[in-house]
Design a protein around this ligand. Structure first.
Ligand SMILES: *Cc1c(COP(=O)(O)O)cnc(C)c1O
Length: 230
């Protein structure tokens, strides 16, 4: 069995166990392969083992890999920051942009997504730890950004995403995951019509805790693909 297949099996097992602990249905959690700095061949192996969801951090890198993997029905998400001048490429490459964090990028995407046959899915990235170096909106700015997206045709607000502060012990990250979930609940109350189903949270070292706190997408890099190439 290939290493990637074994890794994916192990991750699936851990997802199931975390769901069991939380009383959740495992089919409500999707594994996204975070494949930045990994060669297309590894993504192909993961696809062959059953992975369907891929997250890339850089628009150009995603474009190259999508070309190399054209024959595979993968769903591509952007999980890295989006610059305004890349928006027009991003709307063509990605099914979902997980890193919406400011009004200017919503405005730009609204221009670029005009006329798409299906709306572009987006998640708002929230800075749950209040770290200055991290991307994401502050929780106070979240409702107005959500409202802006909900008023924009061709964009579909599916939920929230976060990269919490790093802690050696994943248990210490739990409050940040719980915060993202409660922010999502607040938004649902405020905008009951919005399809706010997704919580993209949890990476290789803390995804089990994230699932216990309600994650619907876990973004797994090294635990799936091994160390990054460069
Ligand atoms: C790299 C990356 C991941 C995956 O990180 P691992 O620790 O390798 O699992 C998840 N989310 C984002 C936004 C990333 O940039």
């Amino acid at each position: 069995m290939s290493t990637i297949r074994k890794n994916l099996e192990k991750i699936r097992q851990a997802v199931e166990e975390a769901c069991q602990r939380a009383g959740r249905d495992p089919s409500t959690v999707r594994i996204l392969g975070a494949s930045k700095k990994q060669p297309p061949q590894k993504i192909r192996e993961a696809f062959e083992a059953g992975l369907r969801l891929i997250g890339e951090n850089y628009v150009q890198e995603a474009r190259d890999k999508k070309t190399a993997l054209e024959d595979l029905p993968l769903q591509w998400h952007l999980i890295g920051p989006l610059q305004t001048n890349k928006a027009r490429y991003a709307v063509k490459l990605f099914h979902c942009i997980q890193t919406i964090d400011r009004p200017a990028i919503v405005k730009e995407l609204s221009k670029r997504a005009k006329g798409l046959s299906t709306p572009l899915e987006v998640l708002i990235e929230v800075n749950v730890g209040g770290e200055e170096t991290k991307a994401g909106v502050n929780p106070e700015e979240l409702p107005s950004l959500a409202e802006q997206i909900l008023e924009t045709p061709f964009l579909e607000l599916k939920g929230l995403m976060t990269i919490p502060p790093y802690r050696e012990n994943p248990e210490e990250v739990r409050p940040f995951f719980a915060l993202l979930r409660s922010l999502r609940e607040d938004l649902k109350r405020r905008f009951p019509e919005a399809p706010l189903t997704e919580l993209s949270m949890g990476m290789s070292h803390d995804f089990k805790v994230a699932i216990e706190e309600g994650a619907t997408i876990v973004r797994i890099g090294t635990a799936l693909f091994g160390p990054r190439d460069y």
